[in-house]
Structures are given as C-alpha cells and as structure tokens.
Design a protein around this ligand. Structure first.
Ligand code: MEV
Length: 333
C-alpha cells in the first residue's frame, strides 16, 4: 500500500514568541508544501529517505511500543526526528505498528522558520494513520503535531501545527492546553515575498533565549508581549475590515518588538531594510528568528520583483507566495 500526504508551510504575520505565553497570533499557510510518501514493508522497519533535505537515510525497528533508531549519524537531523516521533505517536494512539518506507520532499527551505518541521510531522502523521486505516481530522492532527514538536524541540505553542493542519489564514491562541484557531480571510489580493537566510539558532534555542530575557526582565518583557498582543488585535480588525493596505505598518511595529525580544539579527535587519527601501509596506522576521525568513508585504504585485531583487543584493534568497487554503491533504496512490 502507498499513501501520500502533503502539508503546507506557514508564515506568521503577527505574534510569534508572545504566542508561546498565551497571547494571540495571526499566521497563514503558504502555497509551498512538504510531501511525505509511505509505502508498506513486509518487515517491521521504518526506513527514512530524504532525497532533497540533505539527511542521510536511516532505519527504525518497532519492538512492541519501543522504536529503536539506527542511524549512520550520531545526531540524526531534526527533520528525521519529526518523522520518527510522528510515527511513534500515531502508532501508540492506534495501538498498531507496521513497517514503512518513508520519503520526505520539500518545496521550501527546511529550517528557515517556515514551519517545515511541523509540516513534516503532520504530513507523516496523516499518511501513517491513513495507512493504518484511520483518518484524523484537522484539530486532531494539530494536537498530534504539537505533541511531536514538544517531544523533539521541547517547546511549542501549537500555532504552526494548527495553521498547517487547517490551512488558510488563522487567528491562533494557546489557552491552557487547548489550541484555539479561528479562520480569517483576506478581502483583497495580498502580494507577499519571503526572503530567507541561514538560521544561527534552532527554534528551541530562540524560544529559550526569549525565556531567559523574560526571566531577567519580567515586567519589561511582559509589556513587550502586551504590545505585540495589541498589534495582533489591531491587525485582526484591519483584516476583518478589509483595510489590508495598512497592515504593513503593524508588521514593522511587530518587527521592532521582536528586535526588543533579541531574536532579530544583523542579517535579518539588512533584509528588512532592503525590502522596505524597495517598496515593501511591511517587512518583519517570521518564525522563531535568529536568521531564517523575512515576510514582506507589498501593496502592488508590480513591487514583488524589486523587493526580491533588493533581498538578493543583501545575500538572501526569496520567493513570491500566496496563502494556501487547503491544509494537510492525504491520498492513496
Ligand atoms: C515558531 O514558528 C513560532 C514560535 O512562536 C514558537 C511557537 O509558537 O511554538 C517562536
């Protein structure tokens, strides 16, 4: 049996980091996907293959509830970790274990703050559960995705998982352990460019950095979170009211507040300023920061090229994208 699942990447428009502390955020799925293909094996092994994610393949063996990973690398890459934990989580939930060949492909840069880890986890969970004869709905896959992220990276608000599982533009908030996601819609065309550069920290390290800063300056950082929350609320009003042309200004304010949290870098600032100079009405880092991606909003599609060019002059790669409204998809092939 062969099952294919694809899941979109995501870009956070407003509210990363403060979302970990229960504040609201707005994020959207993007029309770049990861694909996970599973084929059944006769034995009880899971053999992983990442043709374009630069991770060497490795083998897992199911033994009852335990899965032993045999890898040719001492620290198998993070991408593999999300596949392993997604298989483990679904197998445990369904009380069923079957050997599979797993092939993971990505249309977007991995580890650039575009939610590829959550996308890999959710696509794997969707495909593996389908192979075991069960189809989870979007909210269930969101919870599985967060569980996987918590196992691998120790922290997760669940925002990436929710947006990727559900698709579209989403207002998200973590309330206790509940992942609360409400769909929003852009009333007009929203041309956007994503620039990216290598990250110098993982998501877990960036989140830990903010946590330490908050510990040392609790009253100041809580006020920064309050300001980000206010930005999110104002942005939601503009999206609902169809005033998206003025969202850029709020993105720029959010970028300043992310700098205050210490997760921007010189390279990110160069990208942000280059994009704004070339005509972006808003430019901010998106995701955990410390390098990674910059989201640029332009008020006319004629500006996407100049902004992409400006990003390249500071050494960043980029692509133009649109929101994706379909979330995770799974099919037998
Ligand atoms: C990562 O894409 C977004 C963070 O807010 C972490 C999280 O929400 O789990 C930095």
């Amino acid at each position: 049996m062969k099952v294919l699942a694809t899941a979109p990447g995501k870009a956070t428009l407003f509210g990363e980091h403060s979302v970990v502390y229960g504040r609201p955020a707005i994020a959207m799925a993007i029309n770049r996907r990861v694909t996970v293909e599973l084929t059944s094996r006769k034995d009880d092994k899971a053999v992983l293959h990442f043709p374009d994610v630069s991770v060497k393949g490795f083998t897992l063996t199911f033994k009852g509830e335990a899965i032993t990973a045999k890898t040719n690398k001492a620290n198998a890459s993070q991408a593999a970790g999300y596949v392993v934990e997604a298989i483990r989580t679904v197998a445990k939930r369904l009380g069923d274990y079957r050997g599979v060949n797993v092939t993971v492909k990505s249309e977007m840069p991995v580890g650039a703050g575009l939610g590829t880890s959550a996308a890999v986890a959710i696509a794997t969970a969707a495909a593996y559960s389908e192979l075991l004869g069960k189809r989870f709905d979007g909210p269930a896959l969101s919870r599985i995705g967060r569980e996987v992220e918590l196992r691998v990276q120790k922290v997760s608000s669940g925002m990436d998982s929710s947006v990727i599982a559900l698709g579209g533009l989403v207002e998200f908030q973590l309330k206790g352990s509940d992942l609360v996601a409400h769909p929003l819609h852009f009333k007009e065309e929203m041309p956007m460019v994503l620039g990216y550069c290598p990250r110098i920290s993982t998501t877990a390290q960036s989140v830990a950095r903010v946590a330490q800063l908050r510990d040392r300056n609790i009253h100041v950082i809580e006020k920064v979170f309050d300001s980000i929350e206010q930005v999110v609320l104002e942005a939601k009003k503009k999206i609902v009211g169809g005033e998206t042309a003025s969202l850029g200004e709020l993105m720029n304010i959010n970028q300043g507040l992310l700098s205050a949290l210490g997760v921007s870098t010189l390279k990110i600032e160069e990208m942000v300023y280059a994009a704004r100079k070339a005509g972006a009405s808003g430019a901010k880092l998106t995701g955990a920061g410390m390098g990674g991606s910059v989201l640029c909003l332009v008020n006319s599609s004629t500006l996407t090229k100049p902004v992409a060019l400006a990003l390249s002059t500071v050494g960043a790669e980029s692509f133009v994208f649109e929101p994706d409204y379909s979330g995770v998809r799974v099919q037998h092939v």
